[in-house]
Write a protein that binds this ligand. Structure first.
Ligand code: 13P
Length: 257
């Protein structure tokens, strides 16, 4: 059975003191069994080193962004070797905000993913359709193209540590969560793609849902058969809400409190 994963994408939020306070609160929350699920926090990169050194067992701290080259004239960027040098081994790739606000192309996302998996990083790859694609009814075709251009050429040996996140763009930060029918349709579709292209490991890769997932709807969403956890934005900024979401993942996994 796939272990659930709950990941917090803090985006460009929280000051350092808040971030460290959050981590301390998580460490003290004995109700949560972090060995029974994977928890990941993606803070702003300037907090990575401090948070990695203070993170409790079972909570990974990952980078929201990096550049795929090894070094060189790329002002403002961080490379994977630099992340490794502070013991960071987890990255987020393909988030719609990187695609839309920072114009990351499918080619760049594929280069980033290639570099990260080959360097042994745990990766979460985000895919998701816009409102207009959803309205056109072509969302599965669109998502298929996003899967093809990012993982279609990869060998299954290198993607063992990959998780996917379905994040419909129209549900991100809008309070509009995809309904269970929509979530099931897409997650089942992604699972079929994975099973077809990666027959040996396709059933073991996790598929997370992201897009206005919160402490109130997490349990219902995580109960869908091909939803293996969540990638949480807004609700992950509040420690008690984040812990509630983790608790929901525990309950769905049959872990008692
Ligand atoms: P919200 O949970 O704020 O909708 O954001 C989702 C997201 O973008 C996570 O990566």
């Amino acid at each position: 059975m796939r272990k659930k994963m709950v990941a917090a994408n803090w985006k460009m939020n929280l000051l350092q003191a808040d971030a460290l306070h959050f981590l301390e609160a998580i460490s003290k929350s004995h109700l949560i069994d972090f060995s029974a699920l994977d928890a990941v926090i993606f803070p702003p990169s300037i907090y990575l080193e401090k948070m990695i050194s203070r993170s409790p067992q079972g909570v990974q701290i990952g980078a929201q962004n990096f550049y795929f080259e090894n070094n060189g004239p790329f002002t403002g960027e961080i490379c994977l070797e630099q992340l490794k040098s502070i013991n960071c081994s987890c990255v987020l790739i393909g988030h719609s905000e990187r695609r839309i606000v920072f114009s990351e192309t499918p080619q760049m996302i594929s280069e980033k993913l290639n570099a990260a998996v080959k360097n042994g990083f745990n990766c979460i790859l985000c895919i998701g359709e816009s409102q207009s694609v959803r309205e056109s009814g072509d969302h599965l075709l669109f998502l298929h193209a996003q899967l093809e251009e990012s993982i279609g050429q990869l060998d299954e040996n290198v993607i063992r540590n990959l998780s996917l996140a379905y994040e419909p763009v129209w549900a991100i930060g809008t309070g509009l969560t995809a309904n269970l029918e929509q979530i099931n349709e897409v997650h089942n579709f992604i699972r079929s793609y994975l099973l077809k292209h990666f027959p040996t490991i396709g059933s073991s890769l996790r598929i997370l849902y992201g897009g206005s997932c919160n402490e109130q709807n997490a349990k219902e969403i995580f109960s869908c058969p091909n939803v293996d956890g969540g990638l949480i934005g807004g609700a992950s900024l509040d420690c008690s809400k984040f812990l509630e979401i983790i608790r929901a993942a525990h309950e769905v996994s049959g872990i008692e409190h």
